[in-house]
Every structure is written in C-alpha cells, then in structure tokens.
Design a binder for this molecule. Structure first.
Ligand code: ADP
Ligand code: ZN
Ligand code: ZN
Length: 733
C-alpha cells in the first residue's frame, strides 16, 4: 500500500510514502481513511500532511520511497464535502493541494493538535460498584461519598466532580480502579431560536417561503434587496427553520470587525452555538471555533472568506452576505473566490445557498437571468424608512473648499441642525495623495515603486500605499529647493477641513489608519451609534453593512476615480460603492439624502444610476460586457509575474506565450500580453502579466492544465522571478 500525501509545499504534486512501520489499520479500518493527517519525513525535517489517496504502487523507485512516521487521526480532519471541495479548489485554481489544505486548517491543527475535543466522562467501574456495595463505612468516607454520588448521577466530568469533591479524591478512586473514564465527542448543541418581534413584510415572507421550499436540495437563491430592506431578517428566519432539524449553517460576511452588529443580532436570536471566526481571533480561539464546528457544538458559523472551508458535518444552509464584495476573493497565494466556492460547496452538500446583496455582482445577476439562480426581490425598506434621494453636485459650477462644495456644505449644516448625522465618503486615506512643487512640478515619488508617496500629516510621514515604504516629510523640493504643497484630498485632510467648517460637530474617522489598533473600529462605531459623533468621515470601510439609524445625509466627495479607470470592472465597483454608501442614509425614520460630487455630471453611468438605480445600471453594464466579450460572457485567467530584472521578466512571459502555441486548446483560447501592471514597478520588482481568455470555462481549464506544467519548466528565468496564476481574476490591471 502506498500513501499519497498532500504536503504544504509550493510543488504542484502529492508525495508517495509507505505506511508507518507495523501499520495494521486505523480503528476498525484496514486501510486509512482519506483526509486523515499523517506525519512524514521530508528532507531533514518532518511535516504533517493530509492523506489524499491510497495506491497499490508508486512511480518512485522502491528504494527511494520513504516511510510515513504516524497517523494523527482515525477520522478525516474535515467532513467529506469539504474534503472534496478542497480537492476541487486545488484543481480549479491550479494551486498545490497541500497549500490549499493549509489555507483551510487552523495553524495548531496543521501542527498536529487533536481535531476533536473529547469530554472525559467518569463513571463507576465494576470494582467500584462492588466496593460501594461492601459495607466498610470507616474507610475514606470522602471517597465513598464520591462513589455514591457518581453512582446516582451515572456519569460526570472532572469539572463537575471538582465542584463537589477535591481533585485528590478523583485521582485516588481512579488509581484504585474504582472509576473509569471514557472520551466522548460532544453532541450537537441544542439550539433554540427566540421569536422575532418583527412581522415579515409580504416580500420577505415570499423570500423565506421560496428558500425553505428548497431545503435538503441544492438551490442557489439571489436575495436582491436594497440596503436596509430586511435581508438579514430573512437570513435569520431561514436559518432558524433550516436548523430546527439539527443542521448547521454557514454565514459568510465580508468583514466581521466592521459588522459586530450582525454577530450580535445572531447571538440575540439564537440561544447558543453561534460562533464567529475572523482574523482577530488568537490561534487558540481559532482552533476552538474550528473544533466546535467540526464536532457540531457550533450550529451557526459566521466568518469571513476562509470560513468557507470550515468542517461542518451537518451543513444544512449557506448564506453569503454582500455577495458582490471584493474581499471574498483572496488576492495572493491561493487565489480563490469564497463566494464561488460556497456555491460549489452547497451543490456538493445538496443544500440551498442564499446570496444576498443590494448590489449583486454582474456575474450573479447573469446567473439569475439564465435561471441558474432564482432571484428574490426586496424592493423596499420596511416600515417608515424610505430610499434616499440622490443628487449630483457639479464640481465645475460650484466653488469648493478643500474638496467640499458649497451645496454639500449647506446640506451638511442643514442636516446637522435638524439633529441628523452625516457621512462623508472618500476612498483615499492619508492627508493628501501627493506632495507637489508648484515651481518645477516635482512630485514626491516612492523610491521603490512607480507611484507617488501619500502625505500622512499627523504621523509626519510620507507613505507609499503600494509597498509600505515610508520616510520623513521633506521640507523643500528635492529638485529646486522651493516649498512643497500637499495636493488633493485624503480622509485625514477632509477631517481637518470639516473640523474647521463645523467646529460644533464632533467627528469620527474610519479608515485603515484609524482602524489599525485592536478595538479601534468598535470605538469609532460606538461613537457614531451613541450619537456623540455627528460627522463620520471614511473610506470603503464605511460601506460594509453598517446600520446607523440617525444618518440622514451622505456626501460622496469624489465619484470620478472609477469613471475612467482601465479595469473593465471599475464601473461596476463604482456603482456598487455609490449605492452602498448611499444606502447608509435614511435607514429609519429620518428621510435620507445623498450628494455625489463630480466633474462629469453628464456621465451616462452616473445618470443611469440616478434615474434607474443599480438595476438599470446593471442591465446596460451587462450589455457592454457582452459586446466586449468580458466576463460573465467569457472566462479569464491572469498569469502574473514579477522580477527585479525587467528584461528577464518580459522574456519569461514571452516564452510562456510561445509555449502555449502548440497546445491542444490553443485555438480556442486567447493569450494576451505581456502587459505591464498598472503599477509597473512595486517594491523594486517589475510586474507584468498575461491575460488568458476563453469563451468557456471548461476550455480555459483544459488549457491551463496543459499549459502550466510547461510554464513551470521554462528555462532561463531571471533569478528571484515569481509567477502565479489567478483564475477568475477580479482585477485585470
Ligand atoms: P438589510 O440586511 O437588508 O440591510 P436588515 O435586515 O438589517 O436589512 O433590516 C433593516 C432594519 O429593518 C433593521 O432595523 C430591521 O430590524 C428592520 N426590519 C427588518 N425587517 C422588518 C420588518 N418586516 N418589519 C419591520 N422592521 C424590519
Ligand atoms: Zn521644485
Ligand atoms: Zn512604494
């Protein structure tokens, strides 16, 4: 018997080993089950890998075959559907299987800690019973009391015994053999859902009914509801029903730190078994959450991207909230889409999946249009809340003070006076995006990137947002010695301007700079919720699902960044951002208003968004995609590479193109490039890519499978060159 083992190495292959010496089977199985962990020798170290296959022979010469050291599990480390999902993902994203497993498992499990948390139950042994029935009352009354107590209870944990007796008694009885322990895996947590006070609207009730009609089968549901329309209430209802029969639910969210309210809402609705997994957990917390999911103590797992790999043996339903969010896509290493994998997982587990969004991705809308997904609409906010009124402010016509136009200032003053809160959105952090010499035109550059340094005034630093380089702020121009001026607006500068214009209104700022400390996000959100902060300035972080009842005005300072970008998804992202930020206004009793500042008020995208909403925008955006042959009407992959030597980099990519010419699928696939990345040099590395395009997913997959082994073996690559493949890339520049 040969064990095929996936090891956490960058090599795209599995490794053959002989079973451990003296191996006679695991538990009652003569062959080990796939998915168990195995410790093996690897070079001069030992590694822990996952058993992914058993074969009768190996292509490795028998003398060279090494022997595995030990199995770490009797049972697979993940449920069977997740095991298949991981293998599928490794194939689909063309990523080494061992690294895929490593991405799925918490560090401590990768390091060999037990996957199951067993509870030791103590009960009387045969001799313990005999002892209890012999009348020897003088000896060790405490021990006899414990025996009697235990007989009455049947079994107890060490913890329970410890509450009533001294630990020494327990040890003494165990040493005498009067009591014995048995490891038992915990049962599924009992979960009760508390009744909700809200009465579902008709639209919500229809969604809930449609989703529940598909329980126990695979079905993908798009829940397309404007922000604040009650999608979360729908999730809670379907989860309560789906779990009544004893199942588990997986809820994926873009970012937990930003939406503590969502987790709170789940915890309030369900009595127990709600577990949140996110990047803020310590290693042990993460391991415990994982175990709780794996052994059924956790009934609802709420997590970010990587939670899609959580072992959930009783999975009954998946929810992906804000399914359009770019953070579901991993941007480095194993570049998977958690949203897409969630659908694959739901199909594998034969359970329904709910994809919720106010601004669904064009891919998902297309899937709904072709009836692969069923679409359910929540067109209105329940109760008194109304969809906000949106206006464009023409920046060419109105004077602006540090980026803030007069109409925006007036509207802010009005809303603040009426007791409302105001959100000011700008997707650029720092003080100013460049430091400029008006005498000679010099702009402070990053020494390591083809990019400008951003001025961070409070920190008194210039920082590069692409490579992280930072330095002191120069006092004078490096080229001519004149004074330098900060040009453009970042959130820090907007905060300063607003403090000057509205000295009475306390400010809060939310961006990656203010959110870096642990708990900082919560502090900012608390200040907004309590009403203490009247104005909230921030970036993209503001768009994610927050519910601020008193926000009545949203000002979008600069809509123009996304209008003319080169990436074909830029307009989709802009429309989503505008709609999402706008959705923060008027979520309860106060009517909402949204102002969008732009230099291009006649731009068709902005106008369609205003007149026809996101839905209207999406229809014409999909039409454009169809004409241009972009996804979802084609399939893409990107081969990205970077090296210090730009000539060698270019030669490598050209050789990669050449090596594709003779392949079977070459005629059905276009390989475009090499082209430089948008930031052509980052952290001293030149970056370029090839774009691979095909009409069909299967063609692209066959092509990559054939092509990548050639790319891997291309000779003469420059030292330090790194390359990667990105299937279904979200960004193509
Ligand atoms: P979404 O998830 O679509 O942003 P939520 O589910 O958070 O929307 O609902 C927005 C607000 O409306 C919440 O305060 C929620 O309690 C409330 N709500 C949801 N459904 C109803 C309903 N049927 N009746 C009254 N209020 C509701
Ligand atoms: Zn100068
Ligand atoms: Zn840089």
């Amino acid at each position: 018997m040969i064990l095929q083992i996936a090891l956490d190495t960058p090599l795209r292959r599995v490794f053959d080993y002989r079973p451990p010496a003296g191996f006679v089977g695991l538990g009652s199985n003569p062959t080990p089950r796939l998915g168990v962990r195995v410790r093996v020798p690897f070079g001069r170290q030992q590694l822990i890998g996952i058993l992914v296959g058993v074969a009768s022979e190996s292509s490795i010469a028998s003398a060279k075959l090494k022997t595995a050291i030990a199995f770490l599990d009797e049972q697979p480390i993940v449920d069977p559907v997740t095991f298949d999902l991981l293998r599928w993902a490794a194939e689909y994203y063309h990523h080494p299987l061992g690294e895929v497993f490593a991405a799925a498992l918490p560090v401590s499990l990768r390091a060999g800690q037990p996957a199951l948390q067993r509870t030791e139950w103590w009960s009387l042994s045969q001799t313990g019973r005999q002892e209890l029935s012999t009348p020897t009352p003088k000896r060790a009354p405490q021990q006899r009391a414990l025996l009697a107590w235990l007989e009455k209870r049947g079994r107890a944990t060490a913890g329970e015994i410890g509450e009533a007796f001294k630990p020494a008694q327990l040890r003494a009885l165990a040493t005498r053999g009067w009591i014995r322990s048995e490891g038992v895996e915990p049962d599924l947590a009992v979960m009760e859902s508390r009744p909700s006070e809200v009465v579902l609207t008709d639209a919500q009730a229809r969604c809930v009914a449609a989703i529940l009609a598909s329980l126990s089968t695979f079905a993908a549901h798009l829940l397309y509801g404007v922000t604040g329309s009650g999608k979360t209430e729908v999730y809670l209802r379907v989860i309560a029903a789906a779990l009544a029969a004893g199942g588990q639910a997986l809820v994926l969210v873009p970012e937990i730190a930003l939406t503590p309210q969502l987790v709170d809402r789940f915890r309030r609705r369900f009595s127990s078994g709600v577990v949140a997994v996110h990047s803020g957990l310590t290693g042990n917390e993460r391991r415990d959450a994982w175990r709780a999911a794996h052994n059924g103590q956790a009934r609802i797992i709420i997590g970010t991207r990587s939670a899609v790999f959580t072992s959930l043996p009783k999975l009954a339903l998946i929810v992906v909230d804000e399914e359009h969010d770019a953070s579901y896509k991993q941007h480095e290493g194993f570049r998977y889409s958690a949203r897409d994998l969630a659908v694959v997982r739901a199909r594998g587990a034969a359970v329904p999946i709910v994809l919720g969004s106010a601004t669904p991705s064009l891919e998902t809308l297309e899937n709904a249009a072709t009836a692969r997904y069923s679409k359910h609409l929540l067109p209105q906010r329940p109760g008194a809340a109304q969809t906000p009124r949106i206006r464009l402010v023409d920046l060419r016509k109105h004077a602006a003070d540090q980026g803030l136009s007069t109409p925006a200032m007036q509207a802010m003053a009005q809303h603040l006076k009426a007791g409302g809160q105001v959100i000011v959105f700008l997707n650029r952090r720092g003080y100013a995006p460049s430091l400029f010499c008006s005498a000679c035109g010099w702009v402070a550059p990053c020494a390591h990137c083809d990019a400008r340094m951003t001025l961070h005034r409070r920190a008194q630093q210039l920082r590069c947002h692409h490579c992280g380089a930072h330095g002191a702020v120069p006092a004078i121009c490096a080229s001519c010695g004149q004074a330098l001026n900060p040009v453009g607006q970042g959130t820090e500068r907007v905060e300063e301007t607003l403090a000057r214009l509205f000295p009475e209104a306390p400010l809060a700022r939310l961006d990656r700079d203010t959110a870096s400390a642990r708990g900082a996000v919560q502090t900012v959100l608390d200040r907004v919720h309590s009403g203490e902060a009247r104005i909230l300035v921030g970036t993209q972080m503001l768009t994610k699902g927050h519910h601020f009842p008193d926000v009545s005005l949203v000002v979008i300072l600069d809509a123009d960044q996304g209008l003319f970008a080169s990436d074909f998804r830029a307009t989709e992202r802009l429309a989503q951002t505008i709609t999402q930020v706008a959705g923060r206004a008027g979520r309860e009793a106060r009517p909402g208003e949204v102002l969008i500042q732009t230099q291009f008020p006649e731009h068709p995208l902005l106008n369609r968004l205003l007149t026809e909403g996101y839905e209207g925008f999406a229809v014409s955006a999909l039409e454009e995609r169809r004409e241009a042959g972009w996804p979802p009407y084609s399939r893409l992959a990107m081969l990205r590479a970077e090296a210090k030597d730009s000539i060698g980099l270019d030669a490598f990519l050209r050789a990669a193109v050449d090596s594709s010419r003779s392949l079977n699928e070459a005629a059905a696939v276009k390989v475009l490039g090499p082209a430089s990345a948008l930031i052509a040099r980052r952290a001293d590395h030149y970056r370029a890519h090839l774009l691979i395009e095909s009409a069909a997913r299967s063609t692209l997959q066959r092509f990559l499978k054939e092509w990548l082994p050639h790319v891997e073996k291309l000779p003469g690559r420059p030292p330090g060159l790194r390359w990667s493949i990105d299937v279904d890339p979200l960004e193509v520049d």
